[in-house]
Design a protein around this ligand. Structure first.
Ligand SMILES: *Cc1c(COP(=O)(O)O)cnc(C)c1O
Length: 399
């Protein structure tokens, strides 16, 4: 029997046809299809095409953001401890200090209060993500940041189709960053997108992403100006090479058209998990979305007593159901280790398991997962002598 994957992309003939066209065009690098994908993605977000910049991956987008916001030595950047490690690396690589805030163990997102507690005179930026695609306390956090004059970066890797009151996650702050890596919902192999509130910052991002060279097309110059030396260039910033390419972009445009269908299927699965698991004593399902919030349903997670979580993960694995936990708290990673505890993040990291959630799961896969989780909990919490794990702190989320 095959393993039920926790994440899995959906790619098929339509994507292959798009790639075939790129091959036939003879132009694989950044070119017309990248421009089309950027325009498509901008439309999807409801922003202008001049505000978005495609990049090689989301991590690179996070590194670029920190540079563009002027984060440097002596600065602090506040982010939840439950964050993707690349966000903290992007801060530390600038010589700045990541300052970790706590999260609500039910949503695994920080509240505005969690962020506010960590703001100080040295805070140069705030970076938040939307755990599992759930927008969290985003409106209040964006407002807090605006009040304090601190730019907000939304790591929107989980939130490609998430919205708050009709506004796309990633557009409520100053910078949004998306990932199209192989484990995301919209997949291009590797790839990412940046969106800037300020089009001028987007222009600087384009330059930095292309070795710091002022953008000019050799062909265009040669055509327009008979005297042109089209091989010469101007360097205005010491940039890296963070650009994407037309192969990835051609896949991206197809995946973007399929995205609503992907999210619809993911929502259906999440609702079935809710039905099958929320009435089980000893399990907690994700809290309902607040009014006006939509999720991309990137993760579906359950919480259980910490004393059974690891054994549950192992048991499910042995029975063909792969689970995981994202994202291990960064304040406990040795490179970032801080004195002091963040009880919400620590609790979430001990109690939470991310269950398989992707659009290729069949109904019978979903029933298998539900059955195995229920059976696992019953087996692991059955009274057996002196070591009876307690589930008293976990009444069913919906009695
Ligand atoms: C996957 C992920 C990233 C990294 O994306 P890459 O494109 O692989 O660099 C960043 N942040 C979050 C929240 C992610 O889930």
């Amino acid at each position: 029997m095959g393993m039920i994957n926790v994440f899995q992309p959906t790619l098929g003939e339509a994507e292959l046809a798009a790639v075939r066209e790129v091959f036939a065009s003879g132009w694989l690098g950044r070119g017309p299809r990248t421009k089309v994908f950027e325009a498509d993605f901008a439309e999807h977000l409801g922003v202008g095409a001049e505000q978005v910049v495609s990049v090689s991956c989301c991590t690179e987008g996070l590194f670029l953001s920190m540079e563009l916001l002027g984060v440097g030595p002596g600065d602090e950047v506040v982010l939840p401890s439950i964050s993707f490690v690349g966000a903290a690396n992007a801060i530390a690589a600038r010589g700045a200090r990541p300052v970790f805030c706590d999260v609500d163990p039910a949503t695994l997102n920080p509240t505005a209060d969690h962020v506010a507690e960590k703001l100080g005179p040295r805070t140069k930026a705030v970076v938040v993500l939307h755990y599992g695609g759930y927008p969290g306390d985003l409106v209040a956090i964006a407002e807090l940041c605006r009040e304090r004059g601190v730019p907000l970066v939304e790591d929107s890797a989980c939130a490609v189709a998430s919205q708050v009151d009709g506004r796309a996650c990633g557009t409520l702050g100053d910078v949004g960053v998306w990932s199209f890596d192989a484990m995301k919902i919209l997949v291009t192999g590797d790839g990412g997108m940046l969106c800037f509130r300020d089009p001028e910052l987007a222009e600087r991002a384009r330059k930095l992403a292309s070795l710091g060279m002022a953008q000019s097309s050799g062909f265009a110059n040669a055509t327009a100006d008979a005297e042109a030396r089209w091989w010469e260039f101007e360097v205005t910033a010491f940039g890296r090479r963070s650009i994407s390419n037309d192969v990835a972009a051609s896949i991206g445009s197809v995946q973007l058209r399929r995205l609503p269908e992907f999210v619809r299927r993911r929502r259906e699965i999440a609702e079935r998990y809710d039905q099958g698991l929320s009435t089980v004593d000893g399990l907690r399902c994700p809290p309902p979305l607040p009014a006006g919030h939509t999720s991309s349903y990137y993760f579906y997670w359950v919480r259980m007593d910490a004393s059974v979580r690891d054994a549950m993960a192992r048991r499910l694995y042995d029975r063909g159901v792969y689970t995981t936990f994202r994202y291990a708290p960064l304040h406990l990673v040795s490179a970032y280790g801080h004195e002091g505890s963040l009880p919400g993040a620590e609790r979430a990291a001990e109690e939470t398991l991310c269950l398989p959630l992707h659009q290729a799961l069949s109904d019978s896969d979903v029933e298998t997962v539900i059955g195995e989780v229920r059976a696992g909990l019953a087996a692991l919490t059955a009274p057996s002598g002196s070591s009876v794990p307690t589930v008293s702190s976990f009444p069913a989320s919906r009695p």
